[in-house]
Design a protein around this ligand. Structure first.
Ligand SMILES: [Zn+2]
Length: 471
């Protein structure tokens, strides 16, 4: 990328490449003419292990340049046509001591018409700067996302654990069947029942359902039984459940009449659900976000696919046009249009999250990524409806249901082609009574218990098959 002005977002924007150009003004945002004296509406900092985001919201689009300086690491940002204001100074006090990336922020009027921010960094950082146009309640936003130059992968350990469990399971199944075949080969034993010996069925319970061997003629030793469902169940592999608390960071989700935010409620539910699922032997839960930061929709799905999750559960607590709407609901994907007008409305609302949360991707990039995830299969939808039904019947015991059936619509976050995926609307936060319930830790505890039972019952009936078993 050459020096000089560039408008963002730009496809060639390489966050790593910027690091090497110290001394150069690597990027110029918005080279167009801008009016003098933009007003700062708000400044926000969203610290998280994955990345820290700094947002400057203003009543006019801001133009900025940035420069990375090493030893010590710091990011210098010059914002043009701006006067230092108390609102901007607030940024200094908004940095938390435990921010993984930022030590502190200094602000000053560098030139009569340029404000300089110096962000002192805790680690080598690859920044992304971009602007967002007004959307929902937000005016113009200038965003700096600070990513680590070497991204840690918290999912790798989970994936390794799962792979090891799968290999172990494959070996154990092979041993059990090998032993069975050996015994069948011994002289004096009639031919093995073809189903169990030649081709083990895909799912352990079906092994138990295999036809019993034909009674042997008298005086011949009885053939050994095929490995039982119980034997196979014991060596089944780790089940991974991806939990996806909706919204986060700049995207608050729906807001209740007394100010309760959907993003906070669903994170609390997901954290509690993770602990409950992790307490079940053979089950592990991972979160698409474990803090208050924004994750784009396709990235939520990618995270689940990276750990080869067996189930994806997106957790929400939405608002509806009618404040009287109430009750929990469960949604699965539809590739044939929504099951009701309300379901379509909900999906459209949820799918706006990327615009509100703010991503640095061009909409065409997002489009390509979504298209890759858009190969939804009938099998995925069938499994999703089945798990959805199980979960819906459990949450129906705890609280009121919006609809007795699993609803379907085109939710972007449910589009992993290979993972059964459901979206749980825990309640309508727009309904004052339900907002009160969602704020109550006891009610959330009941809800988490119901979700756990639903998930557990589904896997008891449909134990997942180990992938890549070498049989
Ligand atoms: Zn939501």
């Amino acid at each position: 990328m050459s020096r000089g002005p560039r408008c963002l977002p730009h496809p060639a924007f390489d966050r790593r490449g910027l690091l090497k150009r110290s001394g150069a003004l690597a990027l110029l945002l918005g080279a167009g003419e801008l009016a003098w004296g933009a007003g700062i509406v708000a400044v926000r900092v969203w610290p998280a292990t994955e990345y820290t985001r700094v947002t400057i919201e203003s009543d006019q689009a801001l133009s900025a340049r940035h420069l990375l300086i090493e030893s010590p690491d710091r990011l210098v940002i010059d914002i043009d046509n701006l006067e230092l204001s108390p609102a901007l100074r607030e940024l200094v006090g908004k940095v938390r001591a435990d921010d993984p990336f930022i030590t502190g922020v200094r602000v000053g009027q560098n030139q009569p018409r340029t404000v300089r921010l110096v962000i002192d960094l805790k680690q080598p950082t690859a920044p992304q700067l971009f602007r967002l146009s007004p959307v929902a309640a937000y005016q113009h936003r200038l965003v700096f996302d600070l990513y680590p130059t070497k991204a840690p992968d918290p999912l790798r350990a989970l994936l390794r654990e799962k792979t090891q469990a799968e290999e172990q399971a494959a070996r154990a199944v092979q041993d059990a069947l090998g032993e069975f075949i050996d015994r069948m080969d011994r002289p004096g034993i009639p031919e093995a029942p073809p189903v169990a010996a030649a081709k083990p069925p895909a799912r352990p319970p079906q092994v138990a359902a295999a036809p019993a061997p034909t009674p042997s003629p008298p005086m011949t030793p009885a053939p050994p039984p095929p490995p039982s469902a119980e034997q196979l169940r014991k060596i089944d592999r780790l089940i991974v459940v991806a939990l996806d608390p909706g919204h986060g960071g700049e995207d608050p989700g729906a807001i209740g009449p007394s100010g309760l935010k959907e993003k906070d409620v669903v994170l609390a539910v997901a954290l509690q659900l993770r602990d409950r699922l992790n307490a079940i032997p053979g089950m592990r839960a991972m979160l698409t976000r474990d803090d208050d930061f924004f994750v784009p929709l396709h990235e939520r799905v990618n995270k689940a696919r990276r750990v080869k999750a067996d189930l994806f559960v997106s957790i929400h607590a939405d608002a509806f046009i009618n404040p009287k709407a109430r009750g929990a609901g469960v949604f699965a994907l539809s590739n044939k249009g929504a099951s009701s007008a309300a379901a379509r409305w909900m999906a459209q609302r949820e799918n706006r999250a990327d615009r509100i949360g703010g991503t640095n991707l061009k909409s065409s990039d997002v489009h390509v990524m979504r298209a890759l995830l858009d190969m939804s299969t009938t099998a995925q939808i069938k499994d999703s409806l089945e798990i959805g039904k199980e979960v819906l019947s459990q949450i129906g015991k705890v609280g009121r249901l919006h609809k007795r059936q699993v609803e379907q619509a085109s939710f972007a976050v449910l589009k992993a082609p290979d993972i059964p995926s459901i979206l749980v609307e825990t309640a309508f936060i727009s309904n004052p009574e339900e907002e009160r319930k969602l704020a109550d830790p006891d009610y959330r505890g009941e809800l988490v218990k119901a979700l756990t039972t639903g998930i557990r019952r589904y896997f008891a009936r449909n134990p997942p098959v180990a992938r890549n078993r070498t049989l």
